[in-house]
Design a protein around this ligand. Structure first.
Ligand SMILES: [Zn+2]
Length: 199
């Protein structure tokens, strides 16, 4: 199915919905926006949460929309943008990072540096708590903003094609809230690094 054509104000009209044609946001993956929630969670939970593992879940999920966007095939958001699909993707990613994290001992004293922060963050992925947080956080932090922004997200598929969150919050408010989460999270992470020498 061909992608709807855009107009000069940055919105696209769906041409495949007949009389129900409507305007919706230009559909592109905005993976970096999801990182704001991850930063905020990292700043809040520190060693109990792996930011890198979380980011990996967001990238994996948006590989789907990026793939269909490149192929110009609507809908761009399919299985991985359902609760079921995102849960599967996040679980696989979290398990991979947990396995990788077990190779790193979080108790080893390490110097304060970017490399040490990355090492400590990966080591955090090894805990059961981080595993659950990555799965739950990865699913919700990705699907809620995407469902608000994109009409083709089907949270409850295959049970339902409905998207009750679409348009629930103005896009500007959604984007600025994610940016604000990222700024606050960054401040918290930097504070944690200064206190403990690691994120
Ligand atoms: Zn997405």
């Amino acid at each position: 199915m061909r992608r709807p054509r855009g107009d000069i104000i940055g919105y696209v009209a769906r041409e495949d919905v007949g009389q129900n044609r409507r305007k919706e946001p230009r559909d592109v993956p905005v993976t970096p926006f999801h990182g704001g929630v991850g930063l905020l969670t990292k700043g809040w939970l520190g060693r109990r949460f792996s930011f890198i593992s979380f980011c990996a879940t967001q990238v994996v999920i948006d590989c789907e929309s990026g793939y269909y966007l490149l192929r110009d095939e609507w809908p761009f958001h399919r299985f991985l943008h359902t609760l079921l699909g995102a849960a599967v993707a996040c679980t696989v990613v979290a398990l991979v990072f947990r396995f990788a994290g077990t190779a790193l001992d979080p108790q080893v004293s390490i110097p304060s540096s970017l490399r040490a922060c990355i090492r400590a963050d990966l080591a955090a992925a090894a805990t059961g708590q981080a595993l659950i947080l990555t799965i739950v956080g990865g699913v919700l932090a990705h699907l809620i903003p995407d469902a608000i922004m994109h009409s083709d997200v089907r949270l409850f598929a295959p049970l339902s094609d409905a998207n009750p969150l679409y348009g629930l919050v103005p896009l500007a408010a959604l984007h600025w809230s994610l940016i604000l989460a990222g700024v606050v999270g960054t401040v918290l992470v930097v504070r944690n690094i200064r206190r403990t020498g690691e994120a």
